[in-house]
Design a protein around this ligand. Structure first.
Ligand code: PEP
Ligand code: MG
Length: 839
């Protein structure tokens, strides 16, 4: 920081270069030279120096060039702190001018000299003078003519001769690269990838090794893994008489011997052997998988550059696990190298390739995975849809930062415009959300909320489509999706994370399918089974309605008796799947009116089914309807006023536990009471449940144990935790309702104004997404502390949506919670987040 802003360093001299002052590329090049690899002479410019250049303080390029000998030709490459943050493209052959062109024609041949100069004029014109690239397109077949044309084009466009002074050329290149980094688009793109607002750019200036001329000459790129899968294999290309990354543009030869054609291994066996040897030592010394850019110059190998191989998340996991298994890095480091959220990318569903597909439209496959949902045309509609628990696909012309909340809420994103690095694509990949961009065949009529397809068909809001972000296909309706296949690298990482994490992870699972996924992701049990979801199936719904309409306790008991075996079977399945891991079953929570029809049509149907006069049904629906059902007759309030429902559920749980225990798998079920606000509620419900347990033990002859717990979802329950805790074994914080009640904010309606609230920074974040650690968090701490005061052994957990967020997990761990419970697909993220916290 004390260096003058115009400072630059020769990487072979001076102190070690730091990534946060000169960038990753400069640092890496210094390490390569220290490993005695043949790197051409390189100078590194620091972030401060480049910032100074952007503001007009360009260092004396004449002086810098002098250190490259008397006929310097150099390249400039970007060197940012994190290669994923991008940066301006490399510029090669700086220093080429008429005089040097003439000398080179004698040394390397006319054609090679023509090509070098042409190439420099092209990139200077486009990237430095910012002229129209179309004017500088040339046909490579006649190099002399191409050179003449680009020089003329330059003179015509700029009304001056192509700059001949190498120092002037270099100064202009440095200036243009420094400014490109400061541009708005570049800034937005890198910030979307997590770069801080003040991220710096370093630059490296390197002596050109041409890869053209006599003897074996050429250039290439090699890496030692497949960047999609992370599996170890040699990949890359070599192209004779070429430079830069030309080898990647086709027309190149293989690296390794290959039956399909010529290879570098045959053309230049010595260079090839040295190169692969370097690969192995780079992996060991840099403890990373590197991609190496090299040149062969008259049979001599030179290493120009090495960067960390850009890779998909699955590949990143594979590489980290392989490096740890090969003892190159410790396991802890392998865990730390993977961002917890990145794991969601490994958990994508796929469209079944064997099922028939009705392709409506094609676009660019911008973020992998597949999802089905109803079309929505705005971020607000997406949030409203999420509040209703309805999967939706956000369809936009293109997305902007205001849409991010909507993207969070959507299952997938489809845009008419944009490419792989458009806002939608970048953000969707970050969120692990399937995304298709640039579906330019569709016509979007936003005002009318309609989509017109290329074949003339139309779709509107609410229509069901499937987005296949892996292929770029938009499919009609709900396509058949396959669950993700999990690689052994992922499984290994998950076991390591589980070993290290000191906060346990359970899953919120209501169905056998959820429970199966939870187990595969190593959930240590079910933390929340929302039993009401089991009543929405058709045959049960009618029984449920019969129960609600029962006029006498006997009629009600009859309906519940028929529901009992169904619930018992549900629980038995869950116990069997979870094989001895804890299963926490929450007693009935929603208000009863949710099970009744609300349209006249529906009421008439129900009247027919129950053989009741329509007026009776209408009266009943009216009687049950509430102004504010979320704060009404739900949760334990129902348990107190209609206790037969909880009795039936408790019986079903205990009978299932007794049956599975009798089959040899000892089950200790957990029974959880929702929406408690007073200790007396717990006492009353507990007395009845204890009675049911005693009855089931007596009738079955099986001595099972169970644990009773309370959901802390009202502020009062948190405040009164000290008197509640002695009655129970566990407290689980339901932060969805607790957030709703702490803010006095309807979780179903907040989407309508949440974006505005966040935009005006009234709330830093949507508190239903990100745990409000200040307010709701304080209630969590108070509840935990007071509960432990009266009952030190009480188990504490969180089971709201926040349970899968790394930040909330950190908070809960700090507050001394025993476990978090989250949706099955968040379980791996939660394990890894737990491991990161423990390390
Ligand atoms: C909660 O309120 O946080 C909770 C887990 O329960 P539900 O979302 O079912 O209301
Ligand atoms: Mg709740």
């Amino acid at each position: 920081p004390d260096q003058p802003v115009t400072s630059y360093t020769l990487i072979t001299e001076g102190a070690p270069i730091a990534v946060n002052s000169h960038g990753g590329r400069a640092k890496c090049l210094q390490r390569l030279t220290r490993l005695n690899m043949p790197v051409p002479r390189t100078v590194a410019l620091s972030f401060d120096c480049v910032r100074g250049i952007a503001q007009g303080q360009v260092p004396d390029a004449k002086d810098m060039l002098a250190s490259f000998g008397d006929r310097p030709v150099v390249s400039v490459r970007p060197s940012s702190e994190d290669p994923d943050w991008g940066g301006p493209g490399a510029i090669l052959n700086i220093g080429m001018n008429a005089a040097r062109h003439k000398v080179m024609a004698e040394e390397l041949g006319q054609e090679a000299a023509d090509r070098l100069y042409t190439r420099f004029v092209q990139s200077y014109a486009v990237h430095v003078a910012r002229l129209d690239p179309d004017e500088f397109e040339v046909d490579d077949s006649d190099s002399a003519d191409a050179l003449k044309r680009v020089l003329e084009a330059y003179e015509f466009e700029c009304e001056e001769e192509f700059p001949q002074d190498p120092a002037h050329q270099l100064e202009e290149v440095l200036r243009s690269m420094a400014r490109a980094w400061e541009g708005t688009t570049a800034r937005l793109l890198r910030q979307a990838k997590g770069a801080p607002a003040d991220a710096g750019l370093g630059l490296v200036v390197q002596e050109m090794i041409f890869g053209l001329g006599s003897g074996e000459c050429g250039s290439g790129v090699i890496r030692f893994i497949n960047p999609q899968t992370g599996h170890r294999q040699i990949e890359g290309r070599y192209k004779r008489q070429s430079q830069g990354r030309d080898a990647l543009d086709g027309d190149a030869v293989f690296l390794q011997k290959d039956a399909r054609g010529t290879s570098m291994e045959e053309l230049c066996p010595k260079c090839y052997a040295t190169l692969t040897g370097y690969g192995a030592s780079l992996r060991e010394k840099l403890r990373e998988e590197m991609e190496v850019e090299f040149v062969v110059d008259n049979g001599e190998l030179r290493i120009l550059d090495a960067i960390r191989v850009q890779r998909t998340s699955p590949a990143a996991v594979r590489v980290a696990v392989d490096l740890a298994n090969d003892k190159i890095i410790p396991r802890e480091e392998a865990l730390l190298r993977i961002e917890p959220r990145a794991l969601t990318e490994l958990l994508h569903r796929q469209v079944n390739p064997d099922a028939p597909r009705d392709v409506l439209l094609k676009g660019i496959a911008a973020s992998p995975g597949a999802a089905t949902g109803k079309i929505v045309f705005s971020a607000t509609a997406a949030q409203a849809s999420q509040a209703r628990d309805e999967a939706c696909i956000l369809v936009r012309r293109e997305t902007a930062p205001e849409d991010i909340r909507g993207m969070h809420a959507a299952s997938a994103v489809l845009t008419e415009r944009g490419g792989m690095s458009s806002h939608a694509a970048v953000i969707a990949r970050g969120l692990g959300l399937p995304c298709i961009v640039g579906a330019s065949d569709l016509k979007l009529k936003r005002k009318e909320k309609r989509l017109i397809l290329p074949d003339g068909r139309e779709l509107g809001e609410g229509d069901l489509i499937t987005v296949d972000g892996s292929s770029g296909d938009v499919l009609d309706g709900a396509a058949e999706l396959l669950e993700p296949t999990l690689e052994d690298g992922f499984r290994t990482l998950l076991t390591w994370a589980e070993d290290v994490s000191d906060i346990k992870v359970r899953a919120n699972a209501d169905t056998p399918a959820d429970a199966e996924i939870a187990r595969r992701f190593r959930a240590r049990g079910i933390g929340l089974c929302r039993t009401e979801h089991m009543f929405f199936e058709h045959d049960r719904l009618t029984l449920m309605r019969e129960m609600i309409f029962a006029n006498s306790p006997d009629d009600r008991a009859a309906a519940l008796d028929r529901l009992l075996p169904m619930q018992r079977a549900d629980f038995k399945k869950l116990f069997e799947i979870m094989r001895g891991e804890r299963v926490c079953i929450r007693l009935f929570d929603p208000p009863l009116h949710e099970f009744l029809p609300h349209t006249r049509e529906g009421m008439r149907e129900l009247a027919g089914a129950l053989d009741l006069p329509l007026s009776d049904v209408e009266r009943r629906v009216k009687a049950l309807s509430e102004f504010n059902p979320m704060l009404g007759m739900r949760g334990v309030r129902l348990g107190i006023t209609v206790p037969e429902i909880y009795d039936m559920q408790a019986r079903a749980i205990f009978e299932a536990a007794a049956e599975v225990s009798a089959e040899g798998q000892a089950i200790i079920p957990e029974v959880m009471i929702p929406l408690v606000s007073a200790m007396r509620e717990v006492e009353i419900v507990k007395a009845r449940i204890d009675l049911v347990a005693a009855q089931v033990r007596a009738a079955s002859g099986v001595e099972f144990d169970f644990r009773l717990g309370v959901m802390v979802e009202t502020p009062r329950a948190a405040l009164r935790a000290e008197e509640i805790a002695p009655h129970v074994s566990f407290l689980s914080f339901g932060t969805n309702d607790l957030t709703q009640m702490t803010y006095g904010l309807s979780r179903d309606d907040a989407g309508r104004f949440m974006s505005e609230y966040v935009r005006q920074e009234v709330y830093a974040e949507d508190p239903f997404h990100t745990l409000d650690t200040d307010g709701v968090g304080e209630l969590l701490e108070i509840g935990a502390e007071r509960a432990r005061r009266s009952q030190p052994d009480v188990t504490l957990s969180i089971c709201g949506e926040h349970g899968g967020n790394p930040e909330s997990i950190a908070f809960c761990r700090q507050a001394g919670f025993d476990y978090v419970s989250c949706s099955p697909f968040r379980v791996p993220v939660a394990w890894l987040a737990g491991a990161h916290l423990a390390l």
